[in-house]
Each structure stands twice: as C-alpha cells, then as structure tokens.
Design a protein around this ligand. Structure first.
Ligand SMILES: Nc1ncnc2c1ncn2[C@@H]1O[C@H](COP(=O)(O)OP(=O)(O)OP(=O)(O)O)[C@@H](O)[C@H]1O
Ligand SMILES: [Mg+2]
Length: 232
C-alpha cells in the first residue's frame, strides 16, 4: 500500500535519511523502529510531504506521491497522529471528534460512536476539555480523531511514549482491534515490547539507514541486532 524506494532526505546540509526503502502491505501493522534521533519522525514527515525527498520514490496505492503537497497526500486517505498529539486545550473531546467528522472526506472511516466504542474512556470524558485530559487520554483522543478522518491508513508517531503501563496496554489493544478491522498502520515505536505486541512487520533504522526489514517475529528480543539498535 505504501512503498519507499531509495529515499534520501536532508535538513539543510544534514543528510538525515539515506537510501531508505521499505514497504507496508495493506492490512499490516508495520513498525518503524529505532533509537532516538535515527530519523523515524523524519521518515513520516517525508511520506506526508512536510519534507521533500531529495532522491527516491514514495508510492501510495501504486501512485507516486513524492513531491506532492501534504493536503493532496492526506486526501488519499492517510491520517496522521503526530508525536505532540495536537490536542486543543479549550475544545472538548466531543468537539475534537465532531470537527474531524465534518472535515473528513469520503474514505473509509470510523464514526464518533465507533471511536467511543474503541476508547470507552473517551466516551466518559466527552464533555471534558482537552486541557483537562491525562496524557493517555490525550493520546487516545489523537488516535480517535485520526480514525474519524480516515481509517484506511493511519500513521502514528510513538503513541505510547511517556505513558503508564496500563495505558500502554489500552492503546496496544486498540491498535490490535484496528488491525483486525482492516486498518493499515505505520507505527513509529521505540518500545520494543509494544512493537512486538502489535506489529507483524517492521524495519529498523539506524542513523538514517534501514538495518533490518522483515517479520516482527524474526527479531528476537535477545538478538544482537535488537540490543544494538533498539534496546529492550
Ligand atoms: N527540523 C530539523 N532541522 C534540523 N535537523 C533536524 C530537524 N529535525 C530533526 N533533525 C535531526 O534529524 C535527525 C533525525 O531526527 P528525527 O526527529 O527524525 O529522529 P527520531 O528517530 O524521530 O527520534 P526520536 O525518537 O527522538 O523522536 C536527528 O539527528 C535530529 O537532530
Ligand atoms: Mg521522532
């Protein structure tokens, strides 16, 4: 569904992505893994057209999207849950979801009631303001809002970062349910255990290069590659 081939990207003179290639199959939950600063967010920003690929091709549904503007890329049915979550302090949970519902295109997507089913905690908090939510609730809302926009292909940047284990488990369960419902996901994770619990395929980045791509199950937690490039 999404395919990168030989992608290079730069911040000024700094060559951040070097010959990055990987492919996300329709229906997969694909993990983009690696330590801090290796280029995971940069890869997502390049796919979404916030940053221009200097070389290489990026295909979505078989069509080249590199160099296209972001609004046109997301119109194809890609939704994005950014690292900073992007929750508004003075809008309620319900308002976040209604705004996303009105702005959505014609893609496969979840209704507001369906995302409340996925995250019952958000249903309880529907009248609370964004600024009153815990970190975990804000993350759930960020994912819920993305799904109301499109549930075809969802890109998430470290959805479990900084959250308590019980909340990480809730988010992992939601990701598994989405996958069971046919949503394709590209998930950036630095937590190896979360990646193992939710991803079926992955690639491992180190200093802007892909050092492993394959089935998640091939990456044994005690393997040298995991110890060197992720840490557990
Ligand atoms: N706007 C920018 N301008 C210049 N350099 C940047 C910019 N954003 C990131 N970088 C650099 O590019 C490299 C890759 O950063 P990136 O944010 O993609 O890493 P990451 O894998 O997402 O890390 P983290 O796990 O900390 O989120 C890092 O060396 C970072 O310092
Ligand atoms: Mg990042």
């Amino acid at each position: 569904m999404l395919e990168l081939a030989g992608v290079d990207a730069f911040y000024g003179d700094s060559h951040v992505l070097q010959d990055v290639s990987f492919a996300v199959r329709a229906g997969a939950c694909f993990g983009l893994l690696g330590r801090n600063g290796v280029g995971k967010t940069t890869t997502l920003r390049t796919v979404l057209g916030y940053l221009r690929a200097r070389n290489g091709t990026i295909r979505f549904d078989g069509e080249a999207i590199e160099g296209r503007p972001t609004y046109e890329i997301v119109r194809r049915g890609i939704s994005y849950v950014p690292e900073d979550r992007g929750i508004f302090r003075s809008l309620t949970v319900e308002e976040h979801l209604r705004v996303a519902d009105r702005a959505a295109g014609r893609h496969e997507r979840l209704s507001v009631e369906e995302v409340y089913g996925l995250f019952p905690r958000l249903a309880e908090r529907r009248r609370n303001l964004g600024g009153q939510l815990s970190g975990g609730e804000q993350q759930m809302l960020a994912i819920a809002r993305a799904l109301v926009g499109s549930s075809r292909f969802v890109i998430m940047d470290e959805p479990t970062e900084g959250l308590a284990p019980v909340v990480i488990e809730q988010i992992s369960q939601a990701i598994r349910r989405l996958r069971a419902n046919g949503t394709t996901m590209l998930l950036v994770e630095t937590n190896f255990h979360v990646a193992r619990a939710v991803c079926d395929e992955c690639c491992l980045l180190d200093r802007g290069r892909v050092v492993f791509q394959g089935a998640m199950a091939e990456l044994a937690p005690d393997s040298e590659i995991v110890k060197s490039f992720i840490g557990v």
